[in-house]
Design a protein around this ligand. Structure first.
Ligand code: PMP
Length: 367
């Protein structure tokens, strides 16, 4: 069998052996006391990782798209005005998703490689009667990072609910959900949270939960309805048996372990490590003459990097050669620029050694 390649795409990523071990353990009942303990603890630890001490966490089998869907399904009623602030592919997707629930969407799209200026967002919030605003913290198609703190402050100022798509940022980029006043932070397990694909995760503020409680119409999505899921989360947090849909037992045990590892490192240390390794990787790419999709350092993500291929390099051949050198990286995603750039994920348990191996594989491929 050939040796496994290092997985440096923007999710799924490399996972800690202690986390992987949980997936191989014999599965216990979803109402076994030991599992109720794991589920309850995972919910409690999510509040710490999200920095949302009074938030309501949800853990559901699914992916990031389901977490986005759950937030939309519960907070939107037909005719609600929503502002979607987009920095790429995943913002466009959120607009389409919210329209399915009858949202009246205003769409602000940044230029490729940039953010929508805060003044533009503010002018739109001031002029419209918005219920909710969504934005992508790190758009995985462009590696553009949005100033989540400033966006949270704007949402507060105009009394608009906010949803942050943190699929490519939670547990990698700095997010202080409660302090920054962000109502819902959604993510998935397979990126910086450090668990193989299969979990949709979100934490909702008291304000978001109360907006949901005050709905005039029923939630139009059965599987996503918080009235079916909230009692389950509350039961597990109280270490009581409960059932709505069978929870992914091993994945939730793996989540508990990964959240413990994240908190053992410490959130500030973790944010700093992601920043340091992102800078190291980009310095190396710069020294090879590469430039990046993001137009300036201030909008560069710390969880992934999106460099343009150097002049004369065939993308497909290059990715293939990097793969032959033992490292898997990803091609472009943004349809308009797909063939012009590639993407390297550096999040979760990423280390200096992972960065060095990736840089070596890229250098060899270019030679
Ligand atoms: N939003 C962002 C920013 C993402 O990067 C992704 C996945 N790459 C998604 C949403 C969708 O998540 P999933 O693929 O887990 O459904």
């Amino acid at each position: 069998m050939s040796e496994r390649k290092l997985l440096m795409i923007p999710g799924p990523i490399e996972f800690a052996p202690e986390v992987m071990e949980k997936l191989g353990q014999p599965t216990v009942s979803h109402v076994a006391p030991a599992f109720m303990e794991s589920f309850g603890r995972a919910l409690e630890l999510m509040r710490k990782v999200w920095l949302a001490p009074s938030g309501q966490p949800f853990i559901v089998a699914g992916s990031g798209t389901l977490a986005m869907d759950m937030a939309g399904a519960n907070l939107i009623e037909t005719g609600d005005n929503v502002l979607v602030v987009s920095t790429g592919y995943f913002g466009e997707r959120y607009a389409e998703l919210l329209k399915r629930y009858g949202a009246n969407v205003t769409f602000l799209q940044s230029e490729v490689g940039d953010v929508v200026p805060l003044e533009t967002v503010e002018a739109e919030l001031a002029s419209g009667n918005y219920k909710l605003m969504t934005f992508t913290h790190v758009d995985t198609s462009t590696s553009v990072l949005v100033d989540a703190k400033a966006m949270g402050a704007l949402a507060q100022k105009y009394n608009v609910l906010s949803i942050l798509d943190g699929v490519c940022s939670v547990a990698g980029e700095e997010i202080r959900q409660e302090e920054w006043g962000i109502d819902v932070v959604v993510t998935a397990s397979q990126k910086a949270v450090g668990v193989p694909p299969g979990l949709a995760l979100l934490v909702a503020s008291e304000k978001a939960m109360s907006a949901w409680r005050n709905r005039k119409t029923a939630v139009g999505n059965y599987f996503c309805d918080w009235s079916l899921w909230l009692p389950i989360m509350q039961a597990y947090e109280g270490r009581n048996p409960s059932y709505f849909a069978t929870p992914p037992v091993n994945l939730i045990q793996a989540l508990e372990r990964s959240l413990e590892l994240i908190l053992a490192e410490g959130m500030d240390a973790r944010f700093a490590r992601h920043k340091r390794l992102a800078n190291k990787f980009r310095d190396e790419m710069r020294s090879l003459g590469m430039i990046f999709i993001p137009k300036s350092e201030t909008v560069q993500a710390n969880t992934l990097t999106a460099p343009y291929y150097p002049e004369g390099v065939n993308g497909g051949e290059f990715l293939g050669k990097v793969g032959q050198n033992g490292v898997v990286i990803a091609g472009g995603l943004l349809p308009s620029h797909k063939t012009q750039y590639f993407r390297v994920g550096h999040m979760g348990i990423v280390s200096e050694e992972h960065i060095d191996r990736t840089v070596d594989a890229i250098k060899k491929a270019l030679n």
